[in-house]
Write a protein that binds this ligand. Structure first.
Ligand code: 26Q
Length: 755
């Protein structure tokens, strides 16, 4: 315990901390973090990055900031000495869930790495009053409630800076809020979030419903309102333009203050466009530069030199394209510019499929990004290759030098140091602490693959993490997990391409096998965490089927000795921090070619889980890193999948009819057992979808999945030491997947910050 820390905290609390409440201690720690992170703010010289993103899924900040400032151990010990737990105090902090999933969490990891690597780089986004909806289950169905995360103590502080933004001809004021981002032994950068003073949380009706037309009161009320109707889609455009117009004004102001004359903007700023959501920054900057007296042609060149674009998906439905009348309504000031950009694009190619505005008067945001930025990157080797060879092949032909790959990464500070302190200190005792800043040092762990004591230690840590997850889940949802079982976890957004339904069919299969007297090699606890978009019917049916099956199993003592299915309610960053360190088998089972990268796969690997996955996204690179003996790969290759789509002859029903096990599992969805706890409409709809459509080819991969997963279960049961060795190899090879490596590559190839 440190006396000086105690004195500091007493002063911040203005009382003896022994008598302070958790809430008072939380406030004191926030002040401590604020003061210390201010000290790490450094002046900017040369190029500065602006990472513009509609999502920053930052998660709770207190512990992370304490770790990055080097205060964590001292604070924890000081609190422990007076009988307080830092974990309890952290419960006071609402989680900022300002993102949907991978893309938003990636942005948060990137901010951490930028600050850690001492690179000048800020985030630019929106200050949503409610983050991603809060999920709760009732009658085995997902319900949505608003997530009010803003409190008086929110670390994002209002400033006096406001920028005018014109939306549908009316002028609004975008107020800047600043949230400090402190790196690990690095600098403090800022997350700049814009908001409108007039937004009014009282307009929220039932669940998460509200009047989407009332812009002044609801513009930044929610992260991505549901875009299943026209008003929702329009609101998305309002949000996007509000973000990029205020962001562009901030960038120009900051650069001017550092001596930029706008002609040399690219020497002062690098702008990364995180998917197409911020794409309107391109025409907006051109518009603003013209206002500063720069000619259109020069403005186009300046913006191209400044901006770079990252693609995160090849799913057609996620590629933003807007009917031009939407843009005519919301941003009439941009349409003449977008038209001129389209004219320029047409002088560069005769291929009409590369146009910004197509024959149907639809505006393709990604096309504008590729034509008018200097870099387009995918987020994993396979993903970039698919972009070049198929999705964006025409663009690749036109601009081969613009295309590059930046395989995603995760920050080890949150996804190892913070979430798995026991594993962190074990690693430190073996190889020292260098891996915290240079993740490639984890390879030194390979010296211990034959050290029985180390392997045993790893399995003890895993067991303790399972116990911790079990007790958390029991408190939260009253579910008791069997911690002697193998834990398999699939946690990520609910989407058909991610194929939670494949896992569901496996669990039904296993249930039926156990009923038939075939007990598995090891008891299995199968854990899910997933939110479905409120309007995504089939995704909600999959959740319903999983929850119903969970009840069928738990009500059957004959089966539940061997098999459990637990669905964690309201999966978010905080839940992930509990689940990932407790996992044995990481489920990464998307249809090959559909998951751009995945980042959960990296988090599980780093925490010593083995991957059960398809050759998709970054799984391919994980397989390369660990070797085939240390991962469970199954299923069709991306080439086979792309081929099947091209042939257009996939017929789910043929597979259903040809395989008795598969048929038995799908039929079970509407069995008496399921109907006892489930709703017929939901169960039937999913069953029908699987037999008659199955757009993401679940059925062809079913058999291979069952075989591979049963192999993993048997390996786990039969030779625990060999399993632990493979666990160690996974941890040792995870260094490549540090976001520090990713950010360094972005900086070397695209940004050149500080120069
Ligand atoms: C688009 C149009 C209309 C409404 C919503 C959207 C929309 C919203 C969110 C489109 C995409 C997203 C989010 C995408 C996303 O999270 N992609 C993930 O990005 C990760 C980081 O690169 C990858 O690891 C994942 O593979 C990818 O799915």
């Amino acid at each position: 315990m440190s006396e000086s820390m105690k004195t500091t905290l007493n002063e911040l609390c203005q009382k003896d901390i022994a008598t302070a409440s958790d809430a008072e201690l939380y406030t004191a720690l926030l002040k401590l973090v604020q003061e210390q992170s201010q000290k790490q703010i450094k002046p900017v010289t040369g190029r500065k990055l602006y990472y513009i993103s509609a999502e920053f899924l930052i998660g709770k900040l207190l512990s992370n900031n304490l770790i990055n400032l080097g205060l964590y151990d001292e604070v924890r010990e000081t609190l422990a000495s007076i009988g307080k737990s830092l974990a309890d105090i952290e419960e006071q902090e609402p989680e900022p869930s300002l993102g949907n999933g991978g893309l938003g969490r990636l942005a948060a990891c990137f901010l951490d790495s930028l600050a850690t690597l001492d690179l000048p780089g800020d985030g630019v986004g929106l200050r949503y009053h409610c983050g991603l909806f809060h999920q709760n289950f009732k009658n085995n169905i997902q319900n949505e409630a608003p997530d009010f995360w803003l409190t008086d103590q929110c670390a994002a502080k209002a400033t006096d800076t406001v920028f005018p933004v014109s939306l549908a001809g009316n002028t609004y004021s975008a107020r800047l809020y600043k949230l400090p981002v402190t790196g690990y032994e690095g600098r403090t950068n800022m997350l700049n979030l814009f908001d409108l003073d007039s937004v009014d949380e009282s307009v929220i009706g039932d669940g998460i419903s509200f009047d989407k037309k009332d812009i002044a009161r609801n513009l930044t009320l929610f992260l991505y309102p549901d875009d299943s109707d026209e008003d929702g889609r329009l609101l998305r455009i309002y949000q996007q333009y509000f973000m990029v117009s205020a962001g562009a004004q901030l960038i120009l102001n900051e650069c001017a203050a550092r001596g930029c004359n706008y002609h040399d903007l690219a020497d002062y700023a690098a702008i990364q466009i995180n998917d197409t959501h911020p794409s309107m920054v391109i025409p907006e900057l051109i518009r603003l530069l013209e206002e500063h007296g720069i000619s259109f042609d020069e403005a186009v060149q300046i913006v191209t030199d400044t901006c770079a674009y990252t693609n995160h998906t090849i799913l057609a439905e996620a590629l933003e394209k807007w009917p031009r009348h939407y843009l005519d309504t919301v941003v009439p000031q941009l349409m003449p510019i977008i038209e001129k950009l389209d004219d320029i694009a047409k002088t560069r190619t005769t291929d009409s499929s590369l146009a910004i505005i197509d024959q149907n008067q639809v505006v393709h945001m990604a096309h504008m990004d590729i034509h008018f930025s200097h870099s387009t990157n995918g987020v994993a080797t396979l993903h970039t290759q698919i972009l070049k060879e198929s999705e964006l092949a025409g663009f690749y032909q036109l601009y081969p030098n613009k295309f590059n790959n930046k395989t995603n990464g995760i920050t080890f500070r949150r996804w190892l140091l913070k979430c798995n302190p026991a594993l962190t200190s074990e690693i430190e005792s073996l190889i020292g602490s260098g891996f915290k800043k240079d993740a490639s040092e984890l390879k030194k762990l390979l010296n211990y693959t034959d050290d029985a004591e180390v392997l045993k230690k790893l399995s003890c840590i895993k067991k303790a993490n399972k116990e911790a997850l079990a007790s958390w889940l029991e408190d939260k949802q009253g579910i008791k997990l069997n911690t002697n079982a193998m834990f398999s976890i699939q946690s990520k957004r609910l989407h058909e391409y991610k194929r939670q339904q494949l896992n569901l069919l496996f669990l039904i299969h296993e249930y039926l096998e156990i009923k038939a007297g075939h007990t598995p090699a090891t008891p299995l606890v199968s854990i899910f965490g997933a939110k479905a978009a409120p309007a995504y019917i089939i995704a909600k049916d999959i959740i319903h089927s999983l929850l119903t099956l969970s009840q069928v199993i738990s009500e059957d003592p004959e089966v539940s000795r061997y098999l459990q299915l637990a669905f964690v309610e309201n999966y978010n960053v905080s839940a992930a921090e509990k689940m990932i360190p407790a996992c044995d088998l990481s489920e990464q089972i998307s249809l090959a070619s559909k998951e751009a990268s995945g980042t959960g796969n990296m988090k599980f690997m780093l925490n010593g889980a083995l991957t059960l996955g398809t050759m998709d996204g970054a799984n391919v690179e994980i397989a390369e890193a660990v070797g085939n003996d240390n991962i469970y790969i199954f299923g069709q290759s991306s080439k086979q999948v792309i081929h099947r789509y091209a042939a257009g002859d996939y017929c789910a029903k043929d597979w259903y009819e040809a395989d008795p096990n598969l048929r038995r599992a799908i039929d079970f969805l509407t069995s008496e057992e399921m109907l006892k706890y489930g709703d017929e409409e939901h169960l039937k709809r999913l069953q029908n979808e699987l037999i008659n459509k199955d757009w993401f080819q679940t059925l062809p991969d079913f058999n291979a999945y069952v075989v591979r997963k049963e192999q993993a279960m048997s390996d786990y049961a039969v030779n625990p030491e060999a399993w632990n060795r493979r666990t160690l190899i996974n941890i040792a090879e995870a260094g490549f997947f540090s976001s520090d490596r990713t950010i360094k590559e972005y900086d070397d190839d695209i940004w050149h910050l500080g120069k």
